[in-house]
Design a protein around this ligand. Structure first.
Ligand code: UT7
Length: 339
């Protein structure tokens, strides 16, 4: 990927809250049904934090698992990046809270706020620190408590989101492995289609559920954007890597809606067995969705050394990000086993 050292993912981890909110639970709260949610989104249930749980709790747990799987200690971490739009507080950054709780004393820390595209952006940023030779070990975390931003009276959005965190550890890897291509973009002219607002005086209905900023979305517009941009961004990344879609071993897209995932896979000509899907279990966890999916695929031993792993996300901005990683862990042609 341009100049500098090759940078790869040497450990993955994830953490989701225990509490499950099913479609049937939601049907008790708003005018919806399990059938509508399943057929329109593919979501069956999502995880929701307890009132005393925060984004930094989930992020810290995911990071600990990623470090342990990479056989690294927190003292070896040079930088912590947390992609989130649901920080514990406006400042300090959630990354600073995670850095302290991990005991990563040497590490710098910063948040990256690009909503659902945030993990791919943070991955690209973290990789540059290592490619340039500035750092050796960077933690990249995607962590969200989307339940804090949901308007629980709006059936068009409250059924979509969930809470969780995923993390990866980046380090130098042998040439030819690791992050081979990136495509990042933003179209701020479409910002109004997906945003967080705080208009309670104008929306007393929502105020009943607590006065906090909440998500407003033009779902149809975001849907159309997502279907188009995921295909385009992936095609650009593959072109830059001199790869054909048939050479992709795993497609790990943002888990927002099964229809969007299917459309992207179809456009790229990828068969279902190459597409990792867990949207039915977690819903849309924004910046956490790709690293959670990656951690699950890794834990299941699906990712073999030499595999071309294509990741893509889209979200508020409207923004997008796609990345191609040639998996560097395990033995050639085998997955990494976790005890
Ligand atoms: O990470 C980025 C975050 N955003 C996204 O990924 C969102 C992308 N967009 C989508 O996933 C889809 O647009 C949605 C799932 C949000 C909506 O699906 P859709 O097929 O685009 O439905 P729609 O918005 O066109 O609504 C169809 C109907 C409407 O009723 P009418 O006007 O046809 O009578 C809605 O009011 O479905 C109704 N509806 C619901 N009905 C039952 C909307 N939400 C619900 C619901 N339960 N939860």
């Amino acid at each position: 990927m341009g100049v500098g050292r090759a940078v790869g993912i040497v450990g993955t981890g994830m953490s989701v809250p225990e509490r499950r909110l099913t479609n049937f639970d939601l049907a008790q709260m708003v005018d919806t049904s399990d059938e509508w949610i399943r057929t329109r989104t593919g979501i069956v249930e999502r995880r929701i934090v307890r009132p005393d749980q925060t984004t930094s709790d989930l992020a810290t747990a995911a990071a600990e698992q990623a470090l342990s799987r990479a056989d690294l200690s927190p003292s070896q971490v040079d930088f912590v990046l947390v992609a989130t739009v649901t920080p514990d507080m406006i400042f300090p950054s959630t990354a600073s809270l995670v850095q302290h709780r991990l005991g990563a004393r040497r590490a710098g820390a910063a948040d990256v706020g690009v909503a659902c595209s945030g993990f791919i952006y943070a991955l690209a940023m973290g990789a540059q620190f290592i490619a340039t030779g500035l750092y050796e070990t960077v933690l990249v975390i995607g962590a969200e408590c989307m339940s804090h931003l949901v308007d629980w009276t709006d059936r068009s959005t409250c059924v979509l989101f969930g809470d969780g965190a995923g993390a990866v550890v980046l380090q130098p890897v042998p040439p030819g492995y690791g992050l081979l291509g990136i495509d990042l973009g933003s179209d701020g002219s479409s910002a109004d289609h997906l945003k967080v607002v705080d208009d309670y005086p104008a929306n007393p209905q929502a105020a009943k559920f607590g006065r906090h900023p909440y998500i407003r979305m033009n779902g149809n517009e975001v849907f159309k954007f997502a279907v188009r941009i995921q295909g385009e961004a992936c095609e650009r990344v593959l072109h830059r890597c001199h790869l054909r879609p048939a050479e992709v071993d795993w497609f790990i897209p943002h888990q927002a809606n099964i229809r969007i995932i299917d459309a992207a896979a179809k456009r790229l000509g990828l068969p279902p067995e190459k597409v990792f899907v867990n949207v039915h279990r977690y819903g849309n966890t924004s910046a956490a969705s790709i690293p959670i999916a990656l951690a699950e695929a890794d834990e299941q031993g699906l990712l073999r050394r030499g595999d071309n792993v294509l990741m893509v996300g889209f979200g508020a901005g409207l923004t997008w990000g796609a990345a191609l990683v040639r998996w560097s862990q395990g033995k050639e042609g085998t997955g990494k086993a976790y005890g």
